[in-house]
Design a binder for this molecule. Structure first.
Ligand SMILES: [Zn+2]
Length: 144
């Protein structure tokens, strides 16, 4: 079962099965689509952060009117919502910063064309890819 899950859902990226690694994403859909998906995913985590905050406020409001059992349930709901909210906020910031970091390196140093490159070499251990500009053929590394 674990092998099935790792082969179908996790892909090669241990950080999230919904977000493809840079090299694989650029090869499949191109840089601009990869970047767009990273931003959409990060903002979905921001929405989850806001929903968790609303749940925390609801639990805090219900706390005053509840009996002992209800208060325990409200405390549990508050703590669970806080945990989800903190995780989602951390994930939002990570995905946003990662996408922006890569986007800041996506200009061709030679002809200044933005985001039009192909991946030539991937080095996941060194966390960089070597890309080639589709307009002028210049090669440069992108760290991620
Ligand atoms: Zn170029």
């Amino acid at each position: 079962m674990a092998a099935l899950l790792s082969s179908c859902c996790v892909a090669d990226d241990p950080r999230n099965y919904l977000n493809r690694p840079l090299a694989e994403g650029v090869r499949r859909v191109g840089f601009r689509k990869w970047y767009e998906r990273e931003l959409l995913s990060s903002h979905a985590h921001l929405v989850l952060t806001l929903l968790a905050t609303v749940a925390m406020m609801g639990a805090a409001e219900a706390f005053g009117k509840a009996d002992l059992q209800g208060k325990l349930m409200d405390v549990a709901l508050f703590l669970i919502s806080a945990g989800i909210g903190l995780w989602a906020l951390r994930r939002y910031l990570y995905l946003l910063m990662h996408a922006e970091s890569v986007a800041n390196q996506a200009n061709c140093p030679d002809c200044k064309t933005y985001g039009r490159f192909t991946v030539e070499q991937d080095n996941p251990q060194g966390r960089w890819v070597r890309v080639c500009c589709r307009k002028c053929g210049h090669r440069w590394p992108i760290e991620y």
